[in-house]
Ligand binder design. Structure first.
Ligand SMILES: *Cc1c(COP(=O)(O)O)cnc(C)c1O
Length: 363
């Protein structure tokens, strides 16, 4: 049984030692192959305690997609990379708070140079290359060379790397062939411009299977890893990380109604509050609970009850409706725990209603 807290639910439990363990395993595995890891904190809303644990585990730096998140973590001693493409409207903040940005637009790079000069700062950039997933990156080889040529002449911009991204829009998996293609492109650019990129950033958590099979081409020396650390699994096949932990986050909610009710609604049926026409199976009278967690807190489709044989029937803004099955021991006021997928975790962190508690490392 879960110990009751006075804080009010829902509560997101953040298990810092499990996060530390996942990060350490990945960092060690990568290190032996000459690959450094940036810990990606965006799913945690840039949580400084999580970032601190990643730094302790040995990440090269912290990457996040929101400048507000980087601001929250800025006091930590590490290098911060802004991994969403910069916007004109945020350039000043970005140059101020991020050490490195990922880029694909020459006009944005010019603006970064402008602001970096004004602020008398050096700003580092990684140029993103499109390899087929069709999110960010330069696809056209001529454009890529033009951008690199101009960036190399910028005074306050330092070209530190070249990167690519997979499995975020098109669902394209970074196979070894894809990464070899990327490596060859990088080698050609290095030869053409007589330069060496210090960061050759070959992807995210979807590259974890290749990392563990030690099949990442030698040229690639950097990965940006979020989900594999936070949820202990890769994003290409959703397999667990060998030796990793899946109990990194758990969300707790309280039962605020518990009654036996029919399993099918009665009356004239039309759409529910979210415009869907619900379908019900008649299973007779069931023991059913309402929990104080809903769509304002999590993605209900990405919630997995910790107790076996209880079933989530549905949810709206404020309630989760659960079938308790044969669990006669569960009472009104009890706390039920759930594990979360990435989407649900993201929502839990961004919801102002979800309180956070930490299980510290070594506690
Ligand atoms: C989110 C993101 C990552 C991390 O992705 P995970 O799948 O969580 O490892 C890496 N790179 C970029 C550009 C991202 O936006």
């Amino acid at each position: 049984m879960i110990k009751k807290m006075k804080k009010g639910y829902p509560i997101l439990e953040i298990n810092l030692s499990s996060i530390y363990q996942n990060a350490s395993i990945i960092i060690e595995k990568a290190k032996r192959q000459g690959i450094s890891i940036d810990g990606v904190t965006k799913v945690t809303l840039g949580d400084p305690k999580v970032a601190e644990v990643l730094i302790k585990a040995g990440v090269r730096g912290i990457s996040d997609s929101r400048i507000e998140n980087i601001k929250r973590m800025r006091k930590l001693k590490t290098e911060f990379t802004f991994i969403r493409l910069p916007s004109f409207s945020e350039i000043k903040e970005i140059v101020n708070y991020a050490d490195i940005t990922l880029n694909s637009e020459l006009n944005i790079l010019r603006e970064l140079e402008n602001f970096a000069q004004k602020m008398r700062k050096k700003h580092k950039v990684i140029i993103m290359v499109e390899m087929g997933d069709l999110r960010e990156g330069i696809w056209d080889k001529k454009e890529l060379e033009k951008v690199i040529k101009e960036v190399l002449n910028m005074k306050n911009i330092e070209l530190v790397g070249i990167g690519t991204n997979f499995t975020c829009f098109g669902g394209v998996i970074p196979t070894q062939e894809k990464l070899i293609e990327f490596s060859e492109l990088v080698e050609n650019l290095e030869r053409k411009f007589s330069i060496n990129f210090s960061l050759i950033s070959g992807g995210n958590s979807s590259s974890i299977p290749l990392l563990f099979k030690e099949e990442i081409p030698k040229k690639i020396n950097h990965l940006r890893i979020g989900e594999a650390i936070m949820l202990g699994r890769d994003t290409a096949y959703r397999d667990p990380i060998p030796g990793g932990r899946r109990d990194t986050f758990r969300i707790l909610a309280e039962i605020i109604e518990l009654k036996e009710k029919p399993s099918v609604p009665w009356g004239v049926i039309n759409e529910d509050a979210f415009g869907h026409k619900p379908v019900f199976k008649n299973r007779g009278i069931r023991k059913r609970a309402l929990l104080n967690i809903g769509r304002q807190d999590i993605d209900t489709k990405g919630l997995f009850p910790e107790i076996p044989d209880i079933e989530i029937l549905g949810a709206n803004s404020d309630y989760l409706v659960v079938d308790l099955g044969e669990h006669t021991e569960i009472k009104l006021g009890d706390i039920i725990g759930f594990y979360l997928n990435y989407s649900s975790l993201l929502q839990a962190f961004t919801s102002p209603f979800v309180k956070k508690i930490y299980k510290e490392v070594n506690s």
